[in-house]
Write a protein that binds this ligand. Structure first.
Ligand code: MG
Length: 169
């Protein structure tokens, strides 16, 4: 279970790195609202890694930080970036489900309980990405509509995820 959780910590940091890269890309493209949305996504993913690291420490485990693999650096359009976001989150959902199954198989009910929050979080992540994809498809090549979405995404602010907020971090 510890090895699997360490692998998940690495996956969360890879997600963080992916979204940071998207943020930097859209910053360079002048889409500062979309860039803001991805920068916050980056912070959220770091927080996910922290939740797992705190949990491993609380159980007397060892956190082992491994190399983070390279991430893409260019996207043809906001739609392409959000489509990759959805595909990636679907993959993360399957990783969380695998951890859940492993925790059950090992009768590790504490870890299973810890994973419950992540199961719900993944539903939200997928729903948010799907919603933005739908809207970007409607927008098509309408520059004004894309400008308005960019303005809207500029207003997103970071909220400390509940399990970290509860730990007072
Ligand atoms: Mg995550």
């Amino acid at each position: 279970m510890q090895d699997a959780l360490n692998a998940q910590i690495n996956a969360e940091f890879w997600s963080a790195y992916l979204y940071l890269s998207m943020g930097m890309h859209f910053e360079a493209e002048g889409r500062t609202g979309i860039a803001n949305w991805f920068r916050i996504q980056f912070k959220e993913e770091q927080a996910h890694a922290e939740i797992f690291m705190n949990y491993l420490n609380s159980r007397g485990g060892r956190v082992e930080l491994k190399a983070i693999e390279e991430v893409p650096t260019h996207w043809a359009s906001p739609l392409e970036a959000f489509e990759q976001t959805l595909a990636h989150e679907e993959k993360v959902t399957s990783l969380i489900n695998n951890l859940y199954a492993l925790a059950e198989a090992e009768h590790d009910y504490a870890t299973r309980g810890k994973l419950d929050w992540f199961v719900s979080e993944q539903v939200e992540e997928e729903e948010t990405a799907k919603n933005l994809i739908d809207r970007l498809k409607l927008i098509g090549d309408n520059g004004l509509a894309l400008y308005m979405l960019d303005q809207e995404l500029a207003t997103r602010t970071y909220t400390v995820p509940a399990p970290l907020a509860a730990a007072g971090e």
